[in-house]
Design a protein around this ligand. Structure first.
Ligand SMILES: [Ca+2]
Length: 498
């Protein structure tokens, strides 16, 4: 909806399958780009999901999940649906449901409540939950945050995929007895689900303690993402009115993501499932529910069972880096170009018939990857290359893959000013990078590749400090700098980095 670099978003709406993915807890340490995670995200653009016609199949799958878990003995009939909502006090003022002292917020709330009532929302629940609501200044501060430096992807992945986290993931994986059944049912490997769990909330440790209704109301009143935020609030009111969860339970990230796998309210309504068979969808307290829900989400987004997500690729000498982020080819077609997998023994049965895009996340200096369709499914959870690679690499470790053959290079973080200067220079030189917003997305990388190709440089689309300097010099001096000596990425250092 706003500034999009690598996108974001995931949410399934049964009547209109739109996806919206985001991130959250993992961005506490900063992110690769402002759009890679929900805390920094600027992007809330609903994206149509493939496979619209799968709804009935997936509905059946949801039911089968419950049946399988029930017959497997994992299910305890349990107490039935939660009934945590309190009796509704009578509305005290039907015209002004909110008096926060913030005129714009109150006006939005009054308007939203009126419209919702007209649309058939339960008035008593609506007015009870809106009573005393105030905007949360922390949400606005986080929403407007524009970090001065974006975290380099190599640092992000090195911080996300560690020995300690891998060991912790193994422990957590063993502690969820329903995981094999969930994997069988949805076709999403347990290592992938556990890696999503790790990245989203550190296995449920950091789910966020924001009052989700207050956060979403703040964002709706602010206006920039009003349509999305109001849809989430409407879903929240449905959840509360159904008795499935109480307002006090609906805690989450500042951007409205809830539970151990960080579902937005609409996603919860349409996609959360009962993974432990107790009859409740408790993505806050039940790891099995959270993981089954994540599996359902990935399956609905098109997960291809029996295929890899990403695999490290070895490039031949003289490879044309301009092929990266381009056409998707089968492994055989890549092999014909001299590109081969670094760990062929890890190939999965479905890989041969799948097409993969080649990724160079840190340019020519770093590792290359085949990105299979499942990599892009993970990006529907959170539309960030770095996030999807981190999930995939952690899952690889859990699945027993060997370490990368090509290490991540040391990267120098680029300032926002540098990134904007590079985009403005590209535009000035006639290579359209899209809006000069400091977000280095595919448009900027395509423009950069075109410029690199035109200047006889490796067209890897990677914006380094060196490249920023060359672009700015050429755009301001009007002179293309001499073709440089070969870049020496191994010699680059990151000031202050370990
Ligand atoms: Ca449950």
């Amino acid at each position: 909806m706003t500034r999009v670099a690598d996108g974001v978003v995931f949410v399934m709406v049964r009547s209109a399958p739109f996806a919206r993915v985001s991130n959250h807890a993992s961005c506490r340490n900063g992110q690769v780009s402002p759009a890679t995670c929900r805390i920094c995200h600027r992007t809330y653009r609903p994206r149509p999901l493939p496979g619209r016609g799968r709804a009935s199949y997936l509905d059946r799958m949801d039911r089968r999940a419950f049946l399988i878990l029930t017959f497997a003995g994992a299910a305890d009939p349990g107490p039935g649906p939660l009934s945590l909502t309190e009796p509704s006090p009578p509305p005290t003022d039907t015209d002004t449901p909110v008096r926060s002292g913030d005129a714009a917020f109150d006006a939005w709330a009054a308007d939203y409540v009126t419209r919702s009532e007209q649309a058939g929302a339960p008035s008593a629940v609506l007015r009870r939950e809106f009573a005393g609501l105030t905007p949360d200044p922390r949400v606005l501060a986080l929403d407007g945050r524009q970090p001065e430096f974006s975290k380099p992807i190599s640092d992000y992945i090195k911080g996300a995929v560690t020995d300690a986290r891998t060991a912790s993931a193994r422990t957590h994986m063993a502690a969820v007895p329903q995981l094999p059944a969930i994997e069988t049912l949805y076709g999403v490997p347990a290592p992938v689900l556990v890696s999503v769990w790790a990245m989203e909330t550190g296995f449920g440790a950091v789910m966020g303690d924001f009052d989700v209704l207050r956060s979403l109301a703040t964002l709706a009143a602010e206006g920039r993402r009003r349509v999305w935020a109001e849809a989430q609030i409407t879903a929240l009111v449905k959840i509360i009115a159904s008795g499935e969860a109480a307002r006090a339970q609906l805690k989450g990230s500042w951007a409205g993501a809830m539970g151990q796998t960080q579902f937005e309210p609409e996603t919860f309504l349409t996609t959360a499932v009962d993974g432990d068979g107790d009859g409740r969808r408790d993505i806050w307290g039940s790891p099995a529910d959270a993981l089954a829900s994540a599996a359902n989400l990935l399956a609905k987004a098109g997960w291809a069972p029996g295929q890899s997500w990403q695999a490290e690729a070895i490039l031949p000498a003289g490879f044309d880096y301009g092929l990266a982020e381009g056409e998707r080819l089968t492994p055989a077609a890549w092999a014909a170009l001299g590109v081969r997998p670094a760990a062929p023994e890890m190939a999965r049965p479905g890989d041969a018939g799948a097409t993969a895009q080649l990724l160079l996340p840190t340019g020519a200096a770093g590792p290359a990857f085949f990105a299979f369709p499942n990599h892009f499914v993970i990006r529907k959870y959170n539309n960030s290359v770095a996030y999807a690679l981190a999930v995939g690499l952690l899952a690889d470790r859990l699945a027993g893959a060997p370490p990368l053959t090509r290490p991540w290079p040391a990267e120098i973080p680029l300032s926002l000013a540098d990134r904007i200067a590079a985009q403005e220079s590209l535009a000035k030189l006639g290579f359209d990078p899209g809006s000069a917003d400091g977000l280095i997305g595919s448009n900027t990388r395509m423009a950069l590749r075109a410029w690199q190709r035109a200047r006889g440089l490796p067209a890897d689309g990677y914006l380094s400090v060196d490249i920023v300097g060359r672009l700015v010099a050429e755009a301001t001096l009007g002179v293309a700098p001499a073709v440089p000596t070969a870049p020496a990425p191994a010699a680059q250092t990151t000031p202050g980095a370990p």
